[in-house]
Design a protein around this ligand. Structure first.
Ligand SMILES: Nc1nc2c(ncn2[C@@H]2O[C@H](COP(=O)(O)OP(=O)(O)OP(=O)(O)O)[C@@H](O)[C@H]2O)c(=O)[nH]1
Ligand SMILES: [Mg+2]
Length: 232
């Protein structure tokens, strides 16, 4: 599986990049949509990221809700979509302009895992979403029947995805397990994909281009100089 996107072995590199970038920019903004079947825990995850606490009594989301969560210098605009079958046709439109697809799965609901996998792969097959990095979150790790990360990866067919960057975390919104990892991954992504970053990046590229062009001109002038000894 392609594990380039925010995978744990390279976390320290990301951490270093993050602290460097954090110093360069002020508030960053990013919109992300959370997708996944009903009851997966999307609303619970947003509550966890927003530090508003865990509740057993969450109403199913109808349509979608936007939630704005500010974390340090990052404003996250999180779209909490409904996982009910009647609303899944909207997922593609929600994810289209997002810097990542965030897909939440109830990793303890083994009976519905196949449907979740089918819906995920159907979503990823949309050409408008080609190449968008994928963050898959196996939720409800606190439940005794929850799958291990390896089994979850296999069951969800994540090892088959080679056309985009994929990252997977096993989480529990109830116990707050790995929520800081999700939070960190999302904020890192925000900074790396922000408009300011692109502009900054483009400036670096154009500076490099100008340097290259100046070097080429200098070499041409040197080659044409009468002082230069004639070649063989
Ligand atoms: N045990 C356990 N239950 C959880 C966890 N996260 C969410 N739940 C419960 O799962 C149920 C569904 O959570 P929601 O966050 O409403 O699920 P959703 O994905 O938003 O569902 P829809 O809005 O219908 O698409 C709720 O009863 C939550 O309390 C978790 O980490 N562990
Ligand atoms: Mg919900």
């Amino acid at each position: 599986m392609n594990q380039k996107f925010l995978s744990s072995p390279s976390m320290s590199l990301w951490e270093a990049s993050l602290s460097w970038l954090r110093g360069l920019f002020f508030k960053q903004e990013m919109e992300l949509s959370l997708m996944g079947l009903q009851n997966a825990g999307k609303t619970a995850l947003i509550n966890a990221v927003d530090n508003v606490g865990y509740s057993e009594d969450l109403d199913p989301t109808i349509g979608f809700h936007m939630r704005e969560v500010t974390k340090r210098n990052v404003i996250l605009k999180l779209r909490d979509g409904s996982g009910q079958s009647g609303f899944r046709s909207f997922w593609e439109g929600f994810c289209r302009d997002n810097p990542a697809i965030v897909y939440v799965v109830d990793a303890a609901d083994v009976d519905n895992l196949f449907i979740s996998k089918k819906e995920l792969h159907k979503l990823l097959s949309k050409t408008s979403l080609n190449g968008i990095p994928l963050l898959v979150l196996g939720n409800k790790m606190d439940e005794p029947g929850a799958l291990s990360k390896d089994a979850f990866t296999e069951e969800m067919g994540l090892q088959l995805l080679s056309d985009r960057e994929v990252c997977c975390f096993m989480i529990s919104c109830k116990n707050y397990t790995n929520i800081d990892q999700v939070d960190f991954a999302v904020r890192t992504l925000t900074i790396l994909t922000s408009e300011t970053w692109s502009l900054h990046h483009d400036n670096i590229l154009s500076d490099l281009g100008e340097e290259e062009e100046a070097g080429r001109k200098k070499k041409e002038e040197e080659d044409m100089s009468p002082d230069r000894a004639p070649g063989p």
